[in-house]
Design a protein around this ligand. Structure first.
Ligand code: HEC
Ligand code: HEC
Length: 334
């Protein structure tokens, strides 16, 4: 009898102290939102991280206007790091054969996107950098050999390339220029936003009004395209997926000539978006409220009141993160 009872637990056999209850999970501010989004990392260098010499070389190249066809433009002219990685100009550069002038997207967090350019024609930042050197919309150099000559003509670059590529016999190549630019851009992230603090469990990081804007962004359906850590940058979609959007730019069809891809663009990241206007692929809109209202209409078939728009814009402001000010300091050029 006693044995049977003891199977159910006798006082003497019980552990002296009850097992520690599992620690409470960190209270998540908004679990349903955490799944849909994510924080911007402190850096996105990849593994193994680049050497200091490689990053420093990339920074010099990023700021060096001698790499442009006109001799007047550096990456930083159009992707100004002191201005959230973009410029106030609606479109920049000469559209060239593409025929469509586009707005310069931000280089901050760009490395985390699934494709590069508004139409996603570059698979990654390395392909993008190679193209940026020659594109008439970007640096506009005449040829790859002109780029190499320009670099070789600047004495100080020799040792900088040797330090960055210690194993290479002749390190000044287009591939290595692109690699250095990518290495530098790996550090161009904008962590520490109010939104990221909120997503990591700091409930008070957003005001009730900002949380309302966040909820509205999700419940309106913006999140069906703008999701992930970058709140975008992860898929292609048609501009005008519900109601057609008036624009000359054919998006992906401009490259592929496939009518199925007409007006299909990369869904842009909305990180720091309150700072990166004017907006859209052609920089045609200079009011973010206007963009949000049109997005709701053209992408979702929904009409938002001006209060709802203001509320979403308030949320978008919370995505603003903080680049490291030392990192983006213009370097001394060789
Ligand atoms: C004259 C202005 C200009 C200069 C100079 C310039 N860019 Fe750009 N950049 C643009 C424009 C415009 C686009 C968009 C083109 C498109 O999507 O067709 C772009 C696109 C990009 C993108 C893609 C971002 C995204 O979200 O898709 C990156 C990254 C980038 N540039 C980096 C650079 C780098 C690195 C340099 C220097 C080697 C550079 N750019 C020089 C104007 C410029
Ligand atoms: C069906 C997919 C889809 C939905 C839903 C959607 N968007 Fe977009 N969004 C896009 C695409 C594609 C673009 C790029 C348009 C272009 O070509 O300029 C864009 C661009 C934007 C831009 C401009 C970003 C920039 O850097 O210029 C903002 C802001 C924006 N969307 C906010 C929103 C908001 C707010 C909502 C909800 C009301 C929303 N979007 C819903 C696909 C979508």
């Amino acid at each position: 009898m006693l044995t049977i009872l003891c199977l159910l637990g006798c006082p003497g056999t019980e552990p002296e102290t009850p097992p520690e209850p599992a620690p409470d999970p960190v209270p998540l501010a908004a679990p349903k939102h955490v799944v849909l989004f994510g924080a911007v990392p402190e850096e996105a260098y990849g593994d193994p991280p680049p050497s200091r010499a490689l990053v420093d070389l990339g920074r010099m190249l990023y700021f060096d206007a001698r790499l442009s066809g006109s001799g007047a433009l550096s990456c930083n002219s159009c992707h100004d790091l002191a201005r959230y990685g973009t410029t106030a100009a609606a479109t920049s550069g000469d559209p060239g054969e593409a025929g469509t002038a586009r707005n310069a997207p931000s280089t901050y967090n760009a490395i985390l996107q699934f494709k590069q350019y508004w139409d996603g024609r570059a698979d990654d930042l390395e392909a993008q950098a190679r193209s940026a050197l020659l594109s008439p919309q970007e640096l506009g150099m005449a040829s790859e050999s002109a780029v190499i000559e320009a670099i070789k003509a600047i004495e100080g670059y020799g040792p900088a390339f040797e330090a960055a590529f210690p194993d290479a016999r002749s390190p000044i190549t287009i591939g290595n220029i692109a690699r250095a630019l990518v290495a530098f851009q790996g550090g161009l992230t904008t962590p520490g936003s109010k939104l990221d603090r909120y997503l990591s469990g700091e409930g008070g990081a957003l005001s009730p009004e900002e949380i309302e804007g966040f909820d509205r962004f999700v419940s309106t359906g913006c999140v069906s395209c703008h999701s992930g850590a970058l709140i975008g940058g992860g898929m292609f979609q048609r501009l005008g997926s519900v109601y057609p959007y008036e624009t000359e730019d054919q998006g992906r069809a401009g490259q592929s000539k496939d009518p199925v891809e007409e007006k299909i663009f990369k869904v842009p990241s909305l990180r720091n978006v309150t700072k990166t206007g004017p907006w859209l692929h052609d920089g045609s809109l200079d009011s973010l409220e206007d963009v949000v209202g049109r997005m709701a209409h053209h992408q979702l078939g929904r009409e938002l009141t001006s209060e709802e728009i203001t509320s979403i814009v308030l949320f978008l402001e919370t995505t603003m993160g903080y680049p490291s000010s030392d990192y983006i300091e213009p370097p001394e050029l060789p």
